[in-house]
Design a protein around this ligand. Structure first.
Ligand code: NAD
Length: 728
């Protein structure tokens, strides 16, 4: 047996120690569950055993269920997958319920105490298992994270965690842990009631407790149990459930099946006895696992995201390219952010700008960030001094000497960028890679200023740098493997998620997001009610409507990009109708949120107060389109660009296309990304919708050849292009 180890000591305490061979973190597999079950049986059957301690042989308790297993469960559940899944989930409940009942009879007599001893982090099933035990002891380890993060990847705690936590804390108090996946350190987990004790030595404390002859009956197994905060049909319960439904629907707009199912499991479960509630939880959990969204979210947000972070697309055979010294040229909004995240990762940073004042201002961004952290109790003055100490603000390029990587983030002007590249080259050695953070200029063109274009690359950050987790790495025509590997190793150091794409106008993310914004603006010009445009976007899971998004990124920038694109494309430029609205707004001085005026109106504190009434200039048409029509236009504007990027070889890996879309611009996360979404609706249906949209709205919706071919052959993107499946 390889995942749980069993031993009984001289005092009659059985220990079941979770220690999965060959992994640094325990995760539960189906085999592991069987082992756990067998050990529990052995302990309950052995008369010499007086109590049981379940702990871990590693520094943490467990990271959760093996999500690869969950992703496969539906496919491996046989001809009747819903039934197969339900039975599998019920079997898991059986093991945990056995632990909870621990051999008691139906009058709650007999049984053996079982305690959980958590040395560190306990997530997902790593907390659901302890919740089934009779008492939870955790080490006083401030780095440990305790919680149920399942909702973040499109599922919910389905091993009894939902039912137990609600009965333990009440629906209201359990809500942030279940609905938001809130994680706590052990002390906070104790004060919230998630766990019972925080101690120096959890195993010793758990041993002593099981030997002390404690009462082990769970409140919900006692006669007359009442749910804390009240069951649904009580005045306070009523308030909680009405409020929670409104909150969940407000936040998720109804597009995340897991949030709805979780709420249903909690509500319906609260009306019935505990064992029936577990069955209800299992049914809703099965429902979520059967929904394509859960598989797609797990695949993109967990499995593939992690694969990309671990170097799935890193050129083979290039030795470690970690960065010790980084140069950043341009200490503006982006440069200051890059300096901060690099210094936080322990990298020495030289931050260069035209004047000492501008460079200092960039460094002050890190100072302000750390001060905020200190005020929130998340950083210390020592940490601040350490991180700030790594950043040298200067106008002197010679200090860049010895840098492994220099990232340029100066004004978006090819002439200035070329001059900066030359100055950097004169200061650094041959080993240094030079990168640009440009968002619109072709990398291959900028590389002309470099003596060694093979060592020149695009590293495109998103704003704000410290919050946005995606980094888009762009290869110019001549960029070599060493530059790609250095960029990837740097992104790993700063703990962000990379995608690597080829060079083309707007690369990948902006290429897809600009048509989304444009489609929204175009509709306003056509007389579609602006509120319909915005709400349609949110109701399909986009975090921001296109009009809000352009306000946030700035209408002024939109105008600049439109002018530059038109100049580059000449007569082929397709977006005159968009520009008519955009330029009109700019002429009114409505330049976006920063200017306090855009598609939206803002109050003096900069808060949005609603869509600007002046948009009535574009009299809404008497006949408004169907919601689904607006949603299709907004989604296909993005998705077809993603398909074209793949078709043209800009994207070379659909995993990057999906992960990049969700992390880069918030593409409807419930869908798993544009390619996952197309697989859900099917290429055939997608071609049908696009052909119809193209007939009525223009050739930008014409289905690309690749999509038509896939429709004819009845193929899916993950069936045809998934590198992970091909490697397997
Ligand atoms: P910014 O105007 O805030 O900062 C630019 C900085 O570069 C200024 O501090 C300026 O003084 C400095 N600078 C200009 N010329 C210089 C020179 N010759 N030598 C040294 N420093 C010089 O601009 P930003 O928003 O930080 O954008 C910088 C780059 O990042 C641009 O290429 C932009 O396209 C790109 N980018 C911006 C965003 C964004 O959301 N703002 C996102 C991704 C990429």
């Amino acid at each position: 047996m390889a995942e749980f180890h069993y031993a009984v000591d001289a005092d009659g305490v059985a220990s079941i120690t979770w220690d999965v061979a060959g992994r640094s973190m325990n995760v539960l597999s189906l085999e592991g569950l069987k082992e756990l079950d067998a050990h529990v049986d052995a302990a309950l059957a052995d008369e010499a055993v007086r109590g049981v301690v379940i702990t871990s042989g590693k520094k943490d308790f467990a990271g959760g269920m093996d999500l690869n297993v969950i992703a496969r469960m539906r496919d491996e559940a046989g001809d009747d997958p819903a039934r197969g899944l339900f039975e599998g989930v019920m079997a898991m409940h059986g093991v945990l319920r056995k632990i909870e009942r621990a051999g008691m009879d139906d009058r709650n007599k007999g049984g053996k105490p079982i305690a959980a001893a958590l040395p560190g982090t306990a997530l997902g099933i790593g907390l659901e298992l302890p919740l089934a035990c009779h008492r939870i002891f955790a080490a006083d380890n401030p780095k440990a994270k305790i919680g149920l993060p399942e909702i973040m990847v499109g599922i919910f705690p389905g091993a009894g965690g939902t039912t137990r936590l609600v009965r333990k804390l009440g629906a209201m108090a359990a809500a942030p842990f279940l609905l938001e996946g809130k994680l706590s350190d052990p002390r906070k987990a104790k004060s919230a009631g998630l766990i019972d004790e925080v101690v120096d030595d959890p195993v010793a404390a758990a041993r002593a407790w099981v030997l002390s002859g404690p009462s082990i009956v769970k409140p919900w197994d006692e006669k007359g149990y009442r749910m804390p905060g009240g069951a649904p049909y009580s005045p306070s319960g009523f308030m909680t459930f009405v409020g929670a439904s409104a909150m969940v629907n407000g936040k998720t707009k109804g597009v995340y099946p897991a949030a709805k199912a979780l709420l249903s499991a909690v509500y319906e479960g609260a009306l019935v006895p505990f064992d029936t509630a577990l069955r209800i939880e299992a049914r809703w959990f099965t429902h979520v696992l059967m929904h394509p969204s859960s598989g797609a979210m797990i695949r993109s947000l967990f499995i593939n995201k992690e694969a990309l972070e671990k170097g799935a697309v890193r050129p083979a055979g290039v030795p470690d390219q970690s960065v010790r010294k980084l140069g950043v040229i341009g200490a503006g909004m982006m440069g200051a952010g890059i300096a901060l995240v690099a210094a936080q990762a322990g990298i020495e940073v030289v931050l260069v700008d035209q004047s000492q004042e501008a460079a200092d201002k960039g460094r002050a961004y890190t100072e302000a960030h750390m001060d905020k952290g200190i005020a929130r109790g998340k950083a210390s003055p020592e940490k601040k001094a350490e991180i700030l100490g790594r950043i040298t603000a200067t106008t002197d390029y010679s200090i860049l000497s010895g840098a492994d990587l220099v990232i340029e983030a100066v004004f978006e002007d090819p002439a200035i960028k070329a001059e900066v590249t030359k100055r950097v080259q004169a200061a650094v050695g041959e080993a240094c890679i030079i990168a640009t953070n440009t968002s619109t200029l072709p990398i291959s063109d900028l590389a002309r200023a470099a003596d060694r274009p093979g060592d020149f690359i695009g590293i495109h950050f998103f704003s704000p740098v410290d919050k946005m987790m995606l980094v888009e790495i762009i290869k110019g025509r001549e960029t070599g493997d060493r530059a790609v590997a250095r960029a990837l190793d740097f992104v790993r150091q700063i703990r962000k998620t990379p995608i690597v794409v080829n060079d083309a106008r707007f690369f990948y993310a902006n290429r897809c997001i600009i048509p989304y914004i444009n489609e929204g603006i175009r509709m306003v010009g056509e007389g579609v009610a602006p509120a319909l445009v915005e709400n349609a976007a949110k109701l399909v899971g986009m975090p921001l409507g296109p009009l809000q998004l352009v306000d946030e990124t700035s209408i002024e920038l939109g105008v600049k990009i439109a002018r530059a694109t038109k100049a580059a494309m000449g007569a082929a430029y397709p977006d005159e109708a968009v520009d008519a609205v955009l330029f009109w707004l700019a002429d009114q001085g409505r330049l976006g949120r920063k200017a306090g005026a855009g598609f939206y109106a803002y109050d003096e504190a900069g808060k949005r107060t609603g869509l600007w009434v002046g948009l009535g200039h574009y009299t809404p048409a008497a006949q408004q389109p169907e919601l689904s029509e607006v949603q299709h236009r907004l989604l296909f504007a993005q998705v077809l660009e993603a398909v074209r990027a793949l078709e043209q070889g800009i994207l070379t890996d659909i995993r990057e296309g999906d992960v990049g879309a969700i992390l880069g611009w918030g593409f409807a996360p419930w869908s798993g990304g544009p390619f996952s979404w197309l697989d859900m609706i099917g290429a055939g249906r997608a071609v049908e919708i696009c052909a119809d949209l193209a007939a009525r709205h223009g050739p930008r919706f014409a289905p690309p050849a690749l999509l038509r071919e896939m429709a004819e052959r009845d193929e899916t993107f993950y069936g045809r292009f998934d590198p992970a499946a091909q490697a397997a």
